[in-house]
Ligand binder design. Structure first.
Ligand code: ACO
Ligand code: KIV
Length: 792
């Protein structure tokens, strides 16, 4: 049958109360109500497969753990399982002393008796009896008049009193009494009050103390009106009932209209003291009111809910397992999507909110003021519920730059500049549009690493920085007298595709010097349009690193609409900037062919120092320091003159090896180390003992210094005239993993009375870095034509 065009012919409106002085609309929440969980009764009776004793026990323990102090555990007369469950709680001492278990019974003597038997021996129990009071139930279900309905409630309350007192006398169990005029919201208000007055009188023991109060539970058994009507009904009841201070008014909202939460909240404002409900709103039909939701609503208003959901995921997992019902992904607080924003403007606001809050909190902390939570779109902090921020922002085609930047910040620690956010957003948009799916965090960070050639060998671009040195060059105008005019020089080794290139350039800073080097050696002509940097891992103290961001544009078109962004992170600020330049350069060059390093050429009239150094690094793996390059270049030029022009690559590296006695394969050298031992005498004193070949003869040596190199010099000095000192030293690794070796470079200065000072470079490699340093010193010493000490 289709929906009716005139539904008033089928459905009747609720009858509003005439309550001219209603107070609840201007009241606010100040404290949490008492909570009763009816998961194990009203929740359980609504399940296709009611819980087993094991499931009920697990659920009971969870409720206790969350701090629920009144728990309706069963309808014991319904089944042996329910009866047995109550007995097992008591017999296994599962009930803490401050927890009251509650059991429900209809108004039938045999069933009341069995219900009381189920709780006999418990420390505390609430006996809960109900009978329906509304006209339909009176007429249809019970076929009772109003008088008979009151009589049923009164006579069975008297039975409850008698049987509970007998039980107390027998077992010591302390009872409280709860009475429910079932279908309260559909009952004539005056009649509901009349029934409760009669029950109170029949009970005859209600008093003002906590244990003495009678509980009147006023259920919206079926939610038939809006929440303001429920609030009116509760306020009216609270005003009319006698001895209000001898009563706890309990609310028991269902959710047929989807306003169970609102009904409970307005009902509390109307005077309710206590709320009965289920976790995540399980219960008959559309369920009972959700206690988790109600409690966290209070929490988000700064009111302690007296329930602990600090580990909400465990609560969800336990409840869904026991009920065998899922929690909807959009369920307030608990749904898996409720702390998640997919849409761009939400993400942007959340990201800005977190940034602003960090500053606001630091300020409040410094003034000893509360650090209030105020994040757009997030009413509570997921962390308070034991949830992380992982899911706060998820990215799909509806997302914007802000959300993506937030994830990059969260997961890579990088705070992208605004224009770079826009650029990276386009990268993600393209992927997300193309693949028509949500972009997971891994997708985004991988896209970032791939696009910017960032974060490890797997993401390396065509160009990568092997080593570098930045030095200061005096200004081109020596008369300027301005230190700011000093130029910077970049000397470094860059891996270009598969070859290593020694490059150099200068500029007014390290980055422009690198760009100059790339322009000179690789015909890559780009300039910087935007640069920014920040500290990463700022909590890491000395280990903090710098992140740099660079936008490059073609040098001949600084206003170009096309630009390339790059990012670099390094412990050194210059290093991070240089890496950022190469990151952007990698995007800019794409697949473009670069001028090749013609390793077949070796040396010819056009070759410069860098070309020769490039040959050495590619053939021998040695990354010569700049002044070593210059020194060797002079050798090469001399050799080329002698050879009448060009030198092949092979001859060039042989020349290097023979010049510095480096891995020549020749068995004996005039200066070599055959054994060594370095003793650390104290923090600044080392003693080197060993056997060196000096002037072609094996000598036992001893030297002392503050490190291996000075100790080696001291050991040699005993055998020579004049004085040796170290002018420059550097080292680097060659190879990777277990194959790694150390390469050391030393420039020695030799001073001999009456003679010109001489200098020479030496080089050595060894698996041990100390040994490679000692060998490099001997390699340099061997080229200095040292004068042996005259024998005394
Ligand atoms: C709104 C609520 O959630 S109320 C709680 C509902 N929960 C349950 O019903 C779960 C447990 N119930 C049961 O296991 C069974 O209904 C029992 C064991 C209580 C009773 O079973 P039965 O004796 O077979 O009766 P049945 O289930 O058919 O109940 C209907 C009878 O109880 C009467 N009845 C219904 N509610 C009540 C009540 N609160 N007090 C007294 N009698 C009642 C009905 O008028 C009807 O009586 P009739 O047989 O004379 O016409
Ligand atoms: C037994 C009563 C309180 C009940 O569950 C209801 O009316 O929903």
């Amino acid at each position: 049958m289709p929906m009716l065009s005139e539904p008033s012919q089928k459905y009747q409106r609720y009858t509003p109360l005439n309550l001219p002085n209603r107070q609840w609309p201007s009241k606010t929440f100040t404290a949490a109500p008492r909570w009763l969980s009816t998961d194990l009764r009203d929740g359980n009776q609504a399940l296709a497969n009611p819980m087993t004793i094991e499931q009920k026990t697990t659920f009971f323990r969870l409720l206790v753990q969350c701090g629920v102090k009144e728990i309706e555990v069963a309808y014991p007369a319904a089944s042996d399982t329910d009866f047995g469950f109550v007995r097992s709680l008591i017999e296994n001492n599962e009930i803490p002393d401050d927890v009251w278990i509650q059991v429900l019974t209809p108004a039938r003597e045999d069933l009341i008796k069995r219900t009381i038997d189920s709780v006999a021996g418990a420390k505390h129990a609430i006996l809960h009896m109900y009978n329906a009071t509304s006209p339909t139930f009176r007429n249809v279900v019970f076929r009772n008049s109003q008088e008979k309905t009151i009589e049923l409630a009164v006579s069975h309350t008297q039975i409850v009193r008698r049987l509970t007192e007998e039980c107390t006398a027998r077992t010591g169990t302390q009872f409280r009494y709860e009475y429910s005029p079932e279908t309260f919201t559909q009952t004539e208000p005056d009649f509901a009050i009349a029934v409760c007055e009669a029950v109170k009188k029949a009970w005859g023991k209600a008093g003002p103390a906590f244990d003495e109060r009678i509980i009147f539970n006023l259920p919206s058994t079926v939610e038939i009106g809006p929440p303001n009507h429920y609030a009116d009904q509760i306020e009216n009841f609270c005003n009319q009932i006698s001895e209000r201070d001898h009563i706890f008014v309990s609310l028991h909202p269902h959710n047929d209209r989807g306003t169970g939460i609102a009904s409970a909240e307005l009902g509390i404002l109307g005077g309710g003291d206590r709320v009965e409900g289920c976790f995540f709103g399980n219960g008959e039909r559309t369920g009972n009111v959700d206690l988790v939701n109600l409690a966290l609503n209070l929490y988000s208003q700064g009111i302690p809910p007296n329930l602990d959901f600090s580990d909400l995921q465990t609560v969800i997992d336990t409840v869904t397992k026991c009920n065998d019902l899922p929690v909807h992904p959009r369920h307030p607080y608990a749904g898996e999507l409720v702390f998640t924003a997919f849409s761009g403007s939400h993400q942007d606001a959340i990201k800005k909110g977190f940034e602003a809050q960090r500053i606001r909190h630091a300020d409040a902390a410094s003034k000893g003021q509360p650090q209030y939570w105020d994040i757009p779109y997030l009413p509570v902090d997921p962390a308070d519920l034991g949830l992380n921020y992982e899911a706060v922002i998820r990215v799909n085609s509806q997302s914007g730059k802000g959300g993506i930047a937030y994830l990059i910040k969260q997961h890579l620690g990088l705070d992208l500049p605004r224009k770079m956010q826009v650029a990276f957003y386009q990268v993600i948009q393209q992927i997300s549009d193309r693949e028509a799916r949500e972009m997971m965090v891994d997708d985004i960070t991988t896209a970032f690493r791939t696009h910017y050639h960032f974060g490890g060998p797997a993401y390396k671009g065509r160009l990568s920085l092997r080593n570098f040195r930045i030095s200061t060059e005096p200004s081109a105008d020596p008369n300027s007298g301005d230190e700011a005019d000093e130029r910077r020089r970049f000397d470094g080794t860059v891996k270009v595709d598969d070859a290593l290139r020694v490059v150099r350039g200068d500029g007014n800073g390290p980055l422009s010097a690198l760009l100059d080097a790339l322009r000179t050696h690789l015909q890559i002509d780009l300039s910087i349009r935007e640069y920014s940097e920040h500290t990463v891992d700022s909590d890491a103290g000395q280990n903090a690193r710098a992140a740099s961001y660079i936008e490059l544009v073609p040098s001949d078109d600084r206003k170009s609409s096309q630009s390339w962004w790059g990012v670099g992170v390094d412990s050194d600020i210059a290093g991070s900037g240089l890496r950022a330049v190469l990151s952007a350069v990698n995007s800019a060059i794409g697949d473009r062919a670069l001028p090749e390093l013609k390793l077949t050429v070796g040396f010819n009239a056009k070759s410069g120092q860098a070309d020769v150094a490039s040959v050495i690094v590619n053939t021998l793996g040695l990354e010569l320091p700049r002044r070593f390059q210059a020194s060797f270049f002079e050798n090469v030029q001399r050799a080329a003159r002698d050879a009448g022009g060009d030198i092949s690559v092979g001859a060039l590296s042989e020349l290097f090896q023979s010049s510095y006695n480096y891995n020549t394969g020749k068995p004996s050298k005039d200066f070599e180390m055959t054994s060594w031992q370095l003793d650390h005498v104290d923090a600044t004193k080392r003693v080197l003992k060993g056997e060196f070949i000096l002037f072609g003869q094996t000598k036992k040596v001893v030297g002392e210094g503050n490190g291996p190199l000075s100790s080696t010099l001291s050991a040699i000095s005993a055998f020579i005239e004049g004085a040796l000192s170290i002018r420059e030293y550097s080292e680097h690794s060659i190879g990777e993993g277990s194959e790694v070796m150390a390469a050391s470079y030393v420039e020695l200065l030799y001073e001999l009375d009456g003679e010109k000072r001489r200098t020479s470079w030496g080089v050595a490699t060894d698996v041990d870095i100390t040994a490679s340093g000692i060998r490099a010193v001997l390699s340099a010493a061997g080229r200095l034509e040292l004068v042996p000490k005259k024998e005394n």
